[in-house]
Unconditional design. Structure first.
Length: 102
């Protein structure tokens, strides 16, 4: 059964770039930039297994997103990227976590 991941970032271009560079056909990869995108993703998908959040999203918004995810699902894990590595660190962060899940 394929796993579904949701990539979240402040800028859609960072998320789209990461989506295009993750070569794991067994994954369904969704993207978003805000709380409303998270709500839509969960409403449109039976299950989201992993959420990855970039640090570019405002801290208060990130916390609200995490709260919403844990309200909507008891099985989704959330992975929060550090702020120090910048937007260029998003893809290595996601790939690093995904490689650890294999």
């Amino acid at each position: 059964m394929p796993k579904t991941i949701l990539l979240l970032g402040r800028k859609g271009i960072v998320v789209e770039d990461a989506k295009s560079k993750i070569d794991m056909p067994e994954l369904i990869i969704l993207g978003g930039t805000c709380l409303e995108d998270v709500r839509k993703a969960f409403a449109n998908n039976a299950r989201i297994d992993y959420v990855f959040s970039g640090a570019g999203i405002d801290l208060d918004a990130r916390l609200e997103i995490v709260r919403e995810i844990f309200t909507l699902s008891e099985t989704t894990t959330v992975h929060l990227k550090d702020g120090g590595s910048g937007p260029q660190g998003f893809l290595p962060f996601v790939k690093g976590v995904l490689s650890g899940l294999e």
